[in-house]
Design a protein around this ligand. Structure first.
Ligand code: MOS
Length: 731
């Protein structure tokens, strides 16, 4: 417990203010919120990946006692959503690239896949029907009785044979498709040492503990959604548009979200289907996806095939980097995994070319997934750097120090803050890196080959405008409100702590409220931007409240006495917070270093990760405990990315084969060894007034490369495709 009723300081590792609620079940997630007379909706999904539903037999479902409605593409109400490309006749460029919702933006509203507006089938597992019933059980039974007939076509499922989308048709997510500085051909030609390899990462799907779920309730033409989301305002805006409403006619409420990791950043089909169903049956409707329905309808990480060429002089100075990434998208939208963006900024190199290409497959639309781009991209880049280090016979840390970028090499701006050298030093010292022999297969422990690998971590420091109100009540309680989300990172705690620190009061005297579009608008909880966005609003509103109370008070008077003397009414202030214009002079990124010990049993093809040491410079730490948890979570996910995770698609049917947690492998406790987390001392006043840069996503970056590099050090075998499965280790 925190030291109760004493003023709390920023950074101190206090327990989560909502911890008790969470462990006792008192924290209410979307579908648990009390609602009068709800009906229950269950989604019916397609069993082919491409083609058309020719008919749907709903008679048996309609006969189930309690079933109220069965919606299909043939009877569903019309809503206003952008047409998927396949439904716009596959027009080149045209309708899709100028869709009504505009191009998808990082952290912005996403396109809505199919919501029963057409019989077209675009992937296996796509919603093609919705059964609404008095009880969840009746809805499940009804959904099992719905049968569809299809006119099927051969789906595109293979990355190798699928044609590359013409570059001019691709949305530029994460910047331009191709970025060049210097003379890459020349730099490669003049290099004394050159390596060129291809790295591959698989499809992955988000598996937050809480499946996507929503409750839709209409009152006349006003809609309230209780939703599991990372972005109440982005979902509100998309749903409002679908039903032809003003955003102010839709209210989004989300007090707790049980993880999202990018898959809950905007609206998907289920929110619209729930609202549609609630209108049809004239009752509130609860809709929760099944675990299997998390594979396809709500995004995932696309496959990447990344080709990297690097040239260097004999002393390890980089002369050129070329990084080209091809990833898959769906036939619904163009979504690019921006896997090459870190390559533009990470090392001082005069000649750099990055580019991406897309292939269109009949799978669910990919989307943001923790450190989208940097997690897959650092696997390739940081593996390639390790390969170069061996070619040159230079220690991997020394090679990176040699090419340290003192300014952002992509635009020559100064960094707002950067502690990467310190991260290498702290991480290496804590790990014991100086005892490492460069030669592979030089360490052994019984039957285990032991290897030490490392990699650089990086993620942008993002900030968006955010508002907040703060009011001091007559009893001295301070209520701070901001329309952000609690997705598990500790937002309630960190925001309460910022306000308490500024006001000089115990955290127990602060009540931070979030998760309602009636509150001041805040950005979605994506892109590691909450600490710098909402955190700045809370910092500024608490500062404004303190100033207002000070201006009202007589000498020596407490705020409670001031309020009493002033008539006993709460004192309230509101702020709108955004980055100062001077922020544009800087390039803003977080950096870190990951050091990993791996053990490999060559006879069984097993890889174990007994020890990971991280050191990150992420600006001011708001709460050392919740920040540490973010990094630990990222490292655990990095272990999963390296060793376990991949979604298998049946190459004939496009079926998601392992769409359950028993077959979709994620790390369990036995897969995770010791994780030592270090934060180097850093404060970044250019990113945010607290000095925080954000810590949500950087933790996964570099981890997979660090493990793969460790496997090379242990075995002498370079594995360039994730995950590092038994068959690949033994091949
Ligand atoms: Mo993060 S992938 O922007 O939720």
């Amino acid at each position: 417990m925190s030291d109760s009723m004493r003023p709390v300081k920023l950074g101190v590792p206090i327990d989560r203010v909502d911890g008790r609620l969470k462990v006792t079940g008192g924290a209410k997630y979307a579908a648990e919120l009390p609602i009068t007379n709800p009906a229950y909706a269950v989604v019916v999904t397609s069993t082919i990946a491409k083609g058309r539903v020719t008919s749907i037999d709903t008679a048996a479902a309609e006969r189930v006692k309690g079933v109220l409605a069965v919606l299909t593409p043939f009877n569903a109400p019309k809503v206003d959503v952008p047409s998927p490309r396949a439904q716009s006749g596959g027009a080149k460029g045209g309708a899709m690239s100028n869709g009504a919702a505009g191009p998808p933006a990082r952290g912005g509203a996403m396109r809505i896949p199919t919501v029963l507006q057409s019989p077209d089938v675009l992937y296996n597992g796509q919603p093609i029907g919705l059964v609404v019933a008095d009880s969840f059980e009746a809805a499940v039974e009804g959904a099992h009785l719905v049968t569809a007939t299809y006119a099927g076509e051969r789906p595109a499922l293979d990355m190798t044979s699928a044609p590359t989308i013409p570059p001019e048709e691709v949305h530029p997510l994460g910047g331009e498709r191709s970025v060049v500085r210097g003379d890459v051909e020349g730099g490669l030609r003049d290099a004394a040492v050159k390596i060129e390899h291809e790295y591959r990462t698989p499809l992955e799907n988000h598996n937050p503990m809480e499946v996507h779920n929503t409750v839709a309730a209409w009152e006349g033409d006003r809609l309230t959604l209780y939703d599991s989301t990372q972005g109440i305002f982005s979902v509100r805006n998309t749903v409002a548009k679908a039903f032809g409403l003003q955003p102010s006619d839709v209210r989004l409420v989300s007090y707790f979200t049980g993880g999202g990791f990018g898959s809950k950043g905007g609206a998907w089909s289920h929110q619209i289907l729930a609202a549609m169903a609630a209108r049809v049956v004239k009752r509130p409707v609860k809709l929760a996806l099944t675990r299997r329905q998390m594979f396809g309808p709500v995004g995932g990480r696309p496959m990447t095939v990344q080709r990297i060429a690097i040239g260097a002089t004999r002393d390890g100075t980089l002369t050129a980097i070329r990084h080209a990434s091809t990833s898959n998208t769906s036939t619904i939208e163009d979504w690019v995994e921006p896997a090459t963006s870190q390559t533009r900024i990470l090392y001082a190199c005069p000649n750099v070319e990055t580019s991406y290409d897309l292939k269109r497959l009949n799978v669910g639309s990919p989307t943001f997934m923790r450190a989208p781009g940097e997690s897959t991209g650092t696997f390739a880049l940081e593996s390639a750097l390790d390969e170069l280090a061996y070619e040159l016979g230079i220690d991997p840390v020394q090679l990176r120090l040699k090419n340290h970028a003192d300014r952002d090499p992509s635009n020559d701006k100064p960094w707002s803050s950067k502690s990467l050298r310190e991260c290498y030093r702290v991480g290496a010292e804590s790990f014991g890196w100086s005892k490492r022999a460069m030669k592979p297969r030089s360490m052994r422990d019984g039957r285990w080959l032991v290897g030490w690998g490392m990699a650089t971590a990086t993620y942008p420091a993002n900030r968006q405008p955010a508002g907040a109100t703060a009011r001091m009540l007559p009893d001295g309680t301070v209520v701070v409100r901001a329309g952000t989300q609690e997705i598990g990172c500790g937002t309630y705690t960190a925001m309460s702590q910022i306000a308490a620190d500024i006001l000089g009061i115990p955290v127990e005297r602060v009540r931070f409220e979030l998760g309602d579009t009636e509150m001041p608008q805040n950005p979605p909880s994506v892109g590691s931007m909450t600490a710098a966005s909402t955190g700045s609003a809370v910092y500024e509103v608490a500062t404004a409240l303190k100033a207002k109370l000070a201006s009202m008070s007589n000498a020596g008077e407490s705020p409670i006495a001031t309020i009493r003397r002033a008539g006993g009414q709460p004192v309230e202030v509101t702020v709108q917070s955004q980055a100062t214009p001077d922020a544009r002079q800087f390039s803003m990124h977080s950096f870190g270093a990951v050091f990993t010990e791996v053990r490999v049993d060559e006879e069984l093809g097993l890889v174990r990760v007994p020890r990971v040491v991280t050191a990150h410079g992420v600006g001011t730490i708001l709460n050392e405990k919740t920040a540490r948890s973010q990094i630990i979570g990222g490292v655990v996910w990095g272990i999963g990315q390296a060793l376990h995770e991949e979604t298998h698609i049946d190459p004939r049917t496009g079926r998601y084969v392992n769409a359950q947690l028993d077959e979709y492998l994620v790390p369990v406790n036995a897969d995770v060894g010791r994780i030592d987390v270090h934060f180097v001392d850093e404060r970044d006043p250019h990113v945010s007034p607290t000095g925080a840069k954000g810590v949500g996503e950087i933790g996964i970056t570099g981890v997979a490369a660090s493990i793969a590099n460790g496997v090379f050090h242990a075995t002498g075998k370079r594995l360039r495709e994730l995950p590092l499965r038994v068959d690949r280790v033994m091949a």
